[in-house]
Design a protein around this ligand. Structure first.
Ligand SMILES: [Zn+2]
Length: 128
């Protein structure tokens, strides 16, 4: 479900930007997608397509770049991107990190997520 809410926010922001810049069409844009956000790309693309019908955004080429989740250790300062099933745990249970992960250097469970959250537009091409 949250793909639709995200798509709505993205479409609104893009159209607003287009209006400000006097664009006739928005032809292409790039989304950065934090992996921890747990967004299904196919669904997000579909929602974006539906919501941009009849707007200057219709038919725009959508590129998606993914940003890996990053975890930082508050004890020793190490920062890393967990892999495999530990990475999966990041997507669904960010508040339960200490149950799934410990710092590979010092063994601490005092960890925080430092990257891979959120969705934002990183580039945009317009036609005036
Ligand atoms: Zn550590």
């Amino acid at each position: 479900m949250h793909e639709w809410a995200i798509a709505e926010g993205v479409v609104e922001a893009l159209l607003e930007r287009g209006r400000r810049e006097g664009a006739r069409r928005i032809t292409r844009f790039t989304l950065r997608l934090g992996e921890i956000q747990g967004v299904e790309e196919e669904l997000l693309r579909f929602a974006l397509g539906e919501l941009s019908r009849g707007t200057p955004l219709e038919g725009a080429e959508i590129r998606v770049e993914r940003e890996k989740g990053r975890v930082g250790c508050r004890n020793c300062g190490l920062e890393w991107s967990p892999e495999g099933e530990r990475e999966e745990a990041l997507h669904f249970l960010p508040d339960l990190l200490p149950l799934f992960l410990r710092c590979p250097r010092c063994g601490s469970v005092d960890l925080e997520i430092r990257g891979g959250r959120g969705v934002w537009v990183s580039s945009l091409e317009l036609e005036r």
